[in-house]
Design a protein around this ligand. Structure first.
Ligand code: SIN
Length: 299
């Protein structure tokens, strides 16, 4: 089905029914769009198709004012593929009881036990779970409780990062592999079962190509994962750091970032193959509870 541009620059999803007719409203940054007027509990095949098309174009989609149970979140996420199990939390627990696919991102402690991961500090730029051979292609994050300030999540485009590199640098990256560290999560916590180290050459992790072609869009994207303990195969540590520092500066240039201020009921769907995200810190005494799913994939 076709998506058509309206006169005021918004995209209308022609295929959507009158009750759920949605409009795609770009963020005004070089990444991200909000889809308005959609109830994620009631998407038909045409609407899923239209959401997919908007997602491919904008890489990150925001849906506001949703009212989802955990089952609704799982059902929505499954429109995009099978789900990965949630990563293990910092305290060794894995997930919400009975829902092994749901990762809880939260600073809340109940009866002395953290209910989720990543605390209230910054979660540094990353794409999800790139320390495994087949990281999830996408993630959906649903906001249940939001602090009065802080905790915003920012997104950057890895297509944009690639596009902004000079031809000479792109040639230099061709065929290079990058180690994606498995030691630390984005909150800086050491993952269960790994030896803590800050030597990228010996750190636990997996190798991925530094540049990948997105299988659906056909566009090239830098694939950086996380900065800490990252290491370019065949380079000295100094050469590797110099190249990576340059690439990270291009990728996370604030001029090309979209920052989302959350409201309860927001759901954000992002594509891990062509984006990275970062969560800012917030007041530790306030509560933030988010549920995330991970959509399996392989490229
Ligand atoms: C995440 O990195 O998946 C969590 C982002 C957030 O807490 O906003």
């Amino acid at each position: 089905m076709a998506l058509s541009l309206s006169s005021i620059g918004m995209v209308l999803m022609d295929s959507m029914s009158s009750e759920t007719q949605g409009r795609v409203v770009p963020t005004g940054r070089s990444i991200g769009a909000e889809i308005r007027g959609v109830d994620l509990r009631a998407l038909g095949p045409d609407e899923v198709h239209a959401v997919r098309a908007a997602w491919q174009e904008h890489q990150v989609l925001l849906f506001r004012e949703q009212s989802l149970t955990l089952e609704d979140l799982l059902a929505f996420s499954r429109h995009f593929g099978d789900l990965d199990l949630a990563p293990i939390q910092e305290n060794g627990r894995r997930f919400v009881e009975g829902h092994p696919e749901i990762y809880v991102v939260s600073n809340v402690v109940e009866n002395g036990v953290a209910i989720g991961s990543l605390g209230s500090g910054e979660a540094v730029w990353h794409s999800d779970m790139t320390y495994v051979d087949n990281p999830p292609i996408a993630s959906a994050l649903y906001a249940v409780e939001i602090p009065p300030s802080g905790g915003d999540t920012s997104f950057c485009s890895m297509y944009g990062a690639w596009d902004r590199l000079s031809i000479d640098v792109r040639r230099q990256l061709d065929g290079l592999r990058l180690k994606h560290d498995a030691t630390y999560n984005s909150g800086g916590y050491v993952r269960q079962g790994v030896v803590e180290t800050d030597d990228p050459r010996t750190a636990a992790g997996v190798w991925h190509p530094l540049v990948r072609v997105h299988p659906e869009s056909g566009r090239s994207a830098l694939f950086l994962g996380r900065r800490r303990n990252a290491y370019v195969d065949g380079f000295t540590p100094q050469e590797s750091d110099a190249l990576l520092d340059m690439l990270w500066a291009v990728a996370t240039d604030p001029a090309h970032v979209w920052q989302h201020r959350w409201n309860e009921g927001d759901l954000v769907l992002w594509d891990n193959r062509c984006t990275m995200h970062r969560r800012e810190s917030f007041e530790a005494s306030s509560r933030r509870v988010m549920y995330r799913t991970q959509i399996k994939g392989r490229i």
